[in-house]
Design a protein around this ligand. Structure first.
Ligand code: NDP
Length: 245
């Protein structure tokens, strides 16, 4: 093993594209062991292979964060194989934007299931390990949508406000040996907008996306947060394109 004192075991959900993928590549390049979960296992396999070929350490497994038992089994498996879980990056998310009066209620449910329940499942899976170890770090990927509510973003922003509240709750309630970071990206290059089915919201995205920053900009924020010494807890980071208003 190439592990040293600063090398961490990092679980990343939603690692098959966008911000999760970029975070996996960056953290692996920095010497961490990354454990990648998402539904598209073929994409994870390609990413794992790329990381390994570059001299990094990666593992992957199919994971649907809406399945509470699957998330627990995923994280328990990491602890069994490696004796610890240092960081859980709860990143998986969907963003099918629409105006409330379009009544895309199934899509509201989907956002709540992935963005809120999925986060809670990661939290529930991590807490027992972090408490037993006496250390751990939850990184929540929220959104600029947790700080503002643009048109078409009511439910998405609702899920991201919830993500911030849950993460702040972890900070207040858990032992100080367990750190929490909320990373809120602005418009970032990824596949996120592909989940939009509403034509109006799709159209609005075209202008927005012109200002997008690379996913590695967010990966660098995660790297910064998890590389601080144990007595430093970076709680909130907003990273937006300079051009985004
Ligand atoms: P992508 O669509 O590129 O990535 C989303 C990831 O989430 C994919 O890997 C997808 O993998 C995974 N995912 C979706 N549903 C599930 C599920 N049920 N179980 C497990 N994994 C799932 O978008 P981003 O990289 O942009 O999104 C990452 C996070 O960043 C999200 O939480 C998003 O809300 C947030 N964000 C992104 C912004 C941006 O502009 N890009 C701005 C603000 C926040 P798979 O389909 O294989 O399961």
């Amino acid at each position: 093993s190439t592990a040293d004192d600063t090398s961490k075991v990092v679980v990343i959900t939603g690692a098959s594209s966008g911000i999760g993928e970029a975070t996996a590549e960056r953290l692996a390049a920095e010497g961490h062991l990354v454990v990648l979960g998402a539904r598209r296992e073929d994409r994870l396999r390609d990413l794992s292979d790329r990381i390994t070929a570059a001299g990094g350490r990666a593992e992957h497994g199919a994971l649907d964060v809406t399945d509470r038992h699957a998330v627990k089994a995923f994280v328990d498996g990491v602890a069994e194989r490696h004796g610890r879980v240092d960081v859980i990056v709860n990143n998986a998310g969907v963003m099918p934007l629409s105006r409330l009066d379009a009544l895309l209620v199934d899509e509201w449910d989907r956002m709540i299931d992935v963005n809120v329940r999925g986060l809670l499942h990661g939290v529930a899976a991590g807490i027992p390990h972090f408490q037993a170890q006496g250390s751990g770090h939850f990184v929540t990927v929220a959104s600029i949508g947790a700080h503002e509510v643009p048109e078409t973003s009511a439910v998405y922003s609702g899920t991201k406000h919830a993500a911030c509240a849950i993460t702040e709750g972890l900070r207040i309630e858990l032992d100080p040996s367990i750190r929490v970071t909320t990373v809120s990206p602005g418009v970032t290059t990824s596949e996120l907008a592909d989940s939009i089915t509403d034509p109006g919201a799709q159209q609005a995205m075209v202008g927005y996306r012109a200002a997008a920053i690379p996913a590695d900009a967010i990966a660098r924020a995660v790297s910064y947060a998890i590389s601080q010494p144990a007595d430093v807890d970076v709680n909130e980071l907003i990273i937006r394109p300079s051009r985004q208003r």
